[in-house]
Write a protein that binds this ligand. Sequence first.
Ligand code: NDP
Length: 282
Amino acid sequence: MTAKIISGREVAEQILTTDLKNKVIALNENNIKPKLVVVLVGDVKASASYVAQKEKFAVKAGIESEVRRFKKDVTEDEILTVIDNINNDKSIHGVIVQLPLPDHISVAKVLNRIHPSKDVDGFTPTNVGKLFLGEDTLVSCTPKGIMQMLASTGTNLTGKNVTVVGRSNIVGKPVAILCLQQHATVTMCHSRTKDLNAKLADADIIIVAVGIPKFIHGDQIPEGSIVIDVGIHNIDGKLCGDVDFDSASIKASSITPVPGGVGPMTVCALIENTIIAAERIG
Ligand code: NDP
């Protein structure tokens, strides 16, 4: 079997230039101009390229975006004041703080300061709690993008076995909750899981977010499964994921590539969340 490629790049382009663009046009007609602010501290090279992609996608959907840059020695109090000002600025609908932050700034403190209605990364305790309870909320971007990619394959998750490898707060846990909400049977794996291969053996869908290059190989995945690879690594100038694409794509029925898979969908979800926030805030 040769797997179908689930192109996050194509799915994102479609969502951005149709659904989202139309929503922005409708908002503009009511004098609402969705605006995203990205707070960027220091000069981490990877952060700069992520931010550039966010700006590019914002343009595609027709929303405004602004990057507020700060030197790496900015104080925690200064960043908290920046967040307070953004919370109170009616022209801004969404804010994200690009991670990582320098060690002297508490990530939890900064993220918790963002007003939940503008928390377009979906990281605040309020929005995470609402997601857990199945309430309407701003869903964090990578899990949201993964669900949209699965939807693009026409897969109905009801009764499907989903194995999630990785239990981070930003990917593994929320994507497991979203799959549960769609009536999948979810198995969560992590670094202490015994016999990972057994947990993968009966999976219909495998979602991998471990942060280890080419961690999952074709011989670990069942024939015909759908494989979503969240990882992204730069090995000697070449990008790869947490899944060994060459061996996995012989076994899977569909698979996401790296690059061009989960990455663009994450950014697309961020733009969508900003538009949702603008629709709610007005
Ligand atoms: P974290 O480092 O926060 O979490 C990694 C998870 O993998 C942990 O739960 C850990 O278990 C688990 N793990 C580690 N080793 C093993 C092992 N040997 N067997 C099973 N599980 C293991 O990572 P993130 O979720 O933040 O990110 C994962 C990857 O996805 C990274 O490559 C990251 O760069 C990428 N990423 C990509 C995004 C995109 O938009 N494309 C967005 C976010 C992340 P334990 O909890 O026990 O330590």
